[in-house]
Design a protein around this ligand. Structure first.
Ligand SMILES: [Zn+2]
Length: 68
């Protein structure tokens, strides 16, 4: 379980609000804090979030990782 606070409240795909109880997909940025048999992930922000039903694949994800 990972808790993350999103800075936006609307879906990046359809633009509609994401409301309590809805399933969403989020892409989080962070660092691996520890690597043993499992990885500890220290999240520092959500780059992208959309309703899980709005996700249509990874083909447009390039813009998320090319802006640094
Ligand atoms: Zn949506």
């Amino acid at each position: 379980m990972m808790d993350a606070r999103l800075s936006v409240i609307t879906c990046d795909k359809c633009g509609e609000p994401m409301e309590k109880g809805q399933k969403i997909l989020a892409i989080a940025e962070g660092k691996i804090a520890n690597s043993n048999e499992e990885l500890d992930f220290a999240g520092c922000g959500v780059r992208y979030a959309c309703h899980i039903g709005c996700w249509d694949g990874v083909e447009d994800i390039g813009f998320l990782i090319s802006d640094n």
